[in-house]
Ligand binder design. Structure first.
Ligand code: ZN
Length: 295
C-alpha cells in the first residue's frame, strides 16, 4: 500500500491525532543513502515525524525541517517536509552499524546519541522562520519530538514512531502517530490517551498487523469516537533542480566560481537528499561567473 497520512479529531473535541505509514518513503531513503539498519530506523523515524508535522502547517510553500544532533556515530540527521507531508532527508553517516540491544531491537538511541539537541525549523514563507530547539532525552526520536511539543509549543503530546527492518535490510513497515491534547482536556482525557497508547504497544507491531494509519489511530484511541478530517498520500520527494543548483552556484560569488573554474574546469554537484548529480561544464561555469560579476 502507498504511504498515507491521516488527521483526525475526537468527537468530544479534546484530542487531535495524526498518523502516517511510511514504508515506501523510508525504503526509498534507504536505497538513496544506502543506510544500514540502525540508520534506516533513525532516519525513518525522523522522516515520519517530519511528515506529520509538515502536513500540519497548512500553508502553501511552507516547509518544516527537523535536525537531530545527538553526538552519536550517525552524526546529524536532517528531515524536511513540505506542507503536504512529502519528505526528504539524510543522515550524516549512513553506514553506522551497531550491535542490537539486549531486547533484540535496533539501538537507535546509541546511534543517534543523547548529548545534543533536536531542532525544528518552520518556514512559513514569512520573513523569519520559526525555530525551536530542545535537549535530547534519549535519542530515540519519538520521545524527543513529544518533548519538543511540550517545551516549545506547550502542547501535551504523545508520539510514537517505528521502523521495522527486514532480514535483507529492506523496510518491512514504518510509520507513527502524534496525539495532542487540545485546550480544555482534563485528567480523564489524559488518562484515557495514556492507557490507549500503553495498550496499543509498539508502532511496528500495529503496522505489522495492519499497514493502515486509520486502523492504527482507532486502536490507540479506541476509548474515543474519532472523526477523520483528512487522508493524504505522502512520498519521498526531493525539490532539487538544475535551476536551484545554478542559483546556489551563483550565490558562491565570482571569486569562488573563478577558483572552481581554474582548479577543476567544471563542477559536479550531488544533491544531499536524492543523490542526483548535477553537471556544469566549463562553459556553464563561465556563463554563471559572468552573471556573478554583474551582481
Ligand atoms: Zn535532490
Amino acid at each position: 500500500m502507498t504511504d498515507r497520512l491521516i488527521r483526525a479529531i475526537t468527537a468530544d473535541g479534546m484530542v487531535k491525532a495524526t498518523a502516517v505509514t511510511t514504508r515506501e518513503l523510508t525504503e526509498r531513503a534507504r536505497q538513496i543513502h544506502k543506510t544500514l539498519p540502525v540508520v534506516t530506523a533513525a532516519l525513518g523515524r525522523t522522516l515520519a515525524a517530519a511528515s506529520m508535522m509538515g502536513n500540519a502547517l497548512k500553508s502553501e510553500g511552507a516547509s518544516l525541517s527537523i535536525q537531530v544532533r545527538g553526538g552519536g556515530p550517525v552524526g546529524a540527521i536532517v528531515a524536511i517536509s513540505d506542507s503536504e507531508g512529502n519528505v526528504r532527508g539524510y543522515a550524516e553517516h549512513p553506514q553506522v552499524d551497531l550491535p542490537l540491544r539486549s531486547d533484540g531491537k535496533l539501538d537507535v538511541g546509541a546511534a543517534v546519541g543523547c548529548d545534543g539537541t533536536l531542532t525544528v525549523i518552520k518556514d512559513l514563507c514569512m520573513k523569519e522562520p520559526y525555530i525551536g530547539s530542545v535537549q535530547l532525552l534519549g535519542g530515540e526520536i519519538a520521545e524527543d519530538i513529544a518533548q519538543y511539543f511540550v517545551e516549545s509549543e506547550q502542547i501535551p503530546t504523545a508520539c510514537a514512531l517505528g521502523v521495522l527492518v527486514d532480514r535483507d535490510q529492506s523496510v518491512r513497515c514504518a510509520g507513527g502517530y502524534l496525539i495532542q491534547l487540545l485546550p480544555g482536556a482534563g485528567e480523564d482525557v489524559i488518562s484515557k490517551v495514556e492507557a490507549g497508547v500503553y495498550a496499543a504497544g509498539a508502532v511496528t507491531k500495529l503496522l505489522t498487523a495492519n499497514d493502515d494509519p486509520e486502523a492504527m489511530l482507532r486502536t490507540v484511541l479506541s476509548e474515543f469516537e474519532l472523526e477523520v478530517l483528512e487522508t493524504a498520500p505522502v512520498a519521498y520527494r526531493c525539490t532539487c533542480s538544475r535551476d536551484r543548483v545554478e542559483r546556489a552556484l551563483l550565490s558562491l560569488g565570482a571569486d569562488e566560481l573563478r577558483q572552481m573554474l581554474d582548479e577543476q574546469g567544471h563542477a559536479e554537484l550531488t544533491c544531499q537528499f536524492c543523490d542526483q548529480v548535477h553537471q556544469f561544464s566549463g562553459e556553464d561555469l563561465r556563463r554563471i561567473l559572468e552573471l556573478a560579476r554583474k551582481k
